[in-house]
Design a protein around this ligand. Structure first.
Ligand SMILES: [Zn+2]
Length: 616
């Protein structure tokens, strides 16, 4: 049976956009995607010298008949696309009508394949050198396909020069394979580099997609980080047909976001461990990057990036996947909405992490307002859930101090999804350095940064008042101070005066570029008003225009105010510390200060035993 059909010339031209093969990693990508399309359950990828000398991809997929094997090396053949309309709604891995012929035209290429389920044990081998078929012969072969690409760009010296060193090219290949392995936990991947096995990832056989992903991530990365499961889904409103939006879908569609993301306190200095997929295809999209940061908000330090592996699933018609065939950038037709929903999903996951087990922390996601707007610009977005829900009416019973067992029996096993630290009872042991509070739980040692905890508590108290439309408490300064600013900053600050007033910062204009500071929240030490104001302006400018600019501005102000609120070394005594911990328990996001620094550090018994050499 010939699965591969010839395309009409018109479709072929639509496909022939741009260069697909940039480097060895792009060859690996095309070959792996082909194998996955052929329903492979097991893939072996082998490279030598960063893929410059050899790339070999072996799969146990459907394989090809002799006719198909020849046809797939023709220009414009593809097994997927039959007519132009299909191009708009390709939900899977994109299209590569030209991939194999292009690869074969720039390398020494061989394809060995046998159709799965064919009666004959005989397969086909096609050898192509720089685009010219050198031989076609029968050969013995396992079902599936094995493609070898040697001496990439051997006939294109100019392109060969663009390849980087072995290490760089290997890193690109490994990066792509990481993404492919995360997207397909049900497929076994083996990666061999210069004869040495790098990974052997067994197929994960579970129908729970998040559990499967978690298992695959553990196999790839060792699973040292605390990750939270994400599972979010919401109906999107239909878009009305109108002139400006012909391409938009007319039926209601669903948006879901699922996967794993780092718990509060887990972060990286780069975006390297941020794996994003749209309809199972690895993508890059600035909107999604921003949405992640926005969702983590105060749970992420400035300049740090979330760790995640997240899958967006939407109607394929909502996405432009082929801005550039070789790149991974995608564009959403409703970028703003996708960004808001993503941020919401991240935020809800973080809030749920702290919520006591069994208690629903937030109402179910609101369904997007049904009225159908006439213009895309007027899409009604769902109201964001309150970031800082009020504390529960009846506080949970105070945790009873738990005596620490003195036995030396094995420590309790570390659960795969550990329960949040503040849900377990904590017993106060003491304070070191007048700053770090030492606590113990039945899991081990806990350290609390008194300053960071206090900052978090004040921050949420301020925002809670704002959300209740109240005013933050404010105290008049005995000696008002004037602060002079550069003209540009003065203009900027003038716009923020109402928000500052709501937060208890009494600042008024006192001339062209001069402001009078006459009130501060009572807990702020107003010893350096000028520095305080300059810092506020800088923080506000850095925050820029967020999606929800008003709230963002208020949060920035509150963060800055809180930084000035407490001195690290105010020693607190027993009862005050108990109160501090209790107040922290009532916070929505207690594990980081508003600037994303951790409030608590845990070292469980297992880690302690390792350090003391009691366990391996
Ligand atoms: Zn802080």
């Amino acid at each position: 049976m010939n699965r591969i059909r010839l395309l009409s010339e018109q479709v072929a031209n639509q496909i022939a956009a741009g260069e697909v093969i940039e480097r060895p990693a792009s060859v690996v990508k095309e070959l792996v995607e082909n194998a996955l399309d052929a329903q492979a359950a097991r893939l072996t990828i082998e490279i030598q010298a960063g893929g410059r000398a050899l790339i070999r991809v072996t799969d146990d997929g459907a394989g090809m008949s002799r006719d198909d094997a020849l046809l797939c090396l023709e220009r414009h053949a593809t097994s997927k696309i039959q007519k132009a309309e299909d191009l708009a709604s390709i939900a899977t891995l994109g299209f590569r009508g030209e991939a194999l012929p292009s690869i074969a035209s720039i390398s020494r290429f061989s394809l060995t394949t046998r159709e799965r389920g064919s009666d004959s044990p005989e397969g086909t081998q096609v050898i192509v050198n720089g685009g010219k078929i050198a031989s076609v012969q029968a050969c013995g072969s396992a079902p599936g396909a094995c493609i070898e690409v040697r001496q990439l760009f051997f006939n294109l010296p100019a392109r060969r020069k663009f390849m980087r060193g072995e290490e760089t090219e290997t890193a690109h290949v490994r990066h792509y394979l990481t993404l492919a392995a995360l997207a397909c936990p049900g497929v076994a991947f083996e990666f061999i580099q210069d004869g040495r096995p790098v990974w052997q990832l067994p197929a994960v056989n579970t129908t729970d997609k998040i559990a499967a992903l978690s298992e695959r991530l553990r196999a790839l990365a060792g699973g040292g980080e605390k990750m939270l499961p994400v599972d979010f889904s919401m109906n999107l409103p239909a878009l009305a047909e109108d002139e400006e939006n012909r391409e938009a879908p007319s039926a209601p569609s669903r948006f879901s976001l699922w996967g794993l993301m780092g718990a509060p306190g887990v972060s990286r200095a780069t975006r390297e461990d941020q794996h994003l997929f749209v309809n199972r295809r690895p993508v890059e999209n600035r909107g999604l990057n921003f949405a992640l940061l926005e969702g983590y908000h105060t749970a992420m330090m400035k300049g740090r990036y979330p760790v995640c592996c997240l899958f967006v699933e939407v109607n394929p018609a909502e996405v432009d996947v082929n801005i550039h065939p070789a790149k991974r950038e995608v564009k959403f037709h409703r970028e703003r909405m996708v960004r808001q929903l993503t941020a919401q999903a991240v935020r809800e996951t973080l809030l749920r992490f702290h919520a006591p087990a069994g208690v629903q922390p937030l109402p179910p996601p609101p369904v997007v307002a049904p009225p159908v707007p006439s213009r895309p610009a007027s899409i009604r977005l769902p109201d964001l859930p309150k970031l800082y829900p009020p504390p529960p009416a009846a506080p949970p019973p105070a945790p009873a101090p738990v005596p620490v067992p003195l036995s030396t029996t094995a420590p309790p096993p570390v659960p795969a999804h550990p329960s949040a630290l503040l849900q377990v009872p904590l017993r106060l042991v003491g304070v070191v350095g007048r700053l770090y509070v030492v606590l113990e739980s039945d899991r081990g040692l806990v350290l609390l940064d008194q300053h960071a905890a206090h900052e978090r508590i004040l921050f949420e108290q301020m925002l809670r008042r704002l959300e209740d439309n109240g005013l933050a408490p404010s105290q008049r300064l005995l000696l008002p101070e004037t602060v002079e600013l550069p003209a540009r900053d003065a203009t900027f600050l003038r716009e923020q005066l109402p928000a500052l007033a709501r937060l208890g910062v009494g600042l008024s204009e006192f001339g062209e570029r001069t402001f009078l500071l006459d009130a501060l929240p009572p807990f702020v030490k107003g010893s350096q008003p000028r520095r305080f104001i300059l810092e506020l302006v800088d923080e506000l400018k850095a925050a820029g225009q967020g999606v929800n600019a008003l709230r963002l501005g208020e949060h920035v102000i509150a963060k800055t105010v809180c930084r000035h609120a407490v001195k690290a070394n105010d020693p607190l005594a027993g009862a005050e510390l108990e109160n501090l911990i209790e107040d922290l328990r009532h916070c929505a996001m207690p594990y980081t200060c508003p600037h994303g620094r951790p409030t608590l550090i845990e070292m469980n018994f297992r880690e302690l035993e390792k350090k003391f050499g009691r366990a391996q």
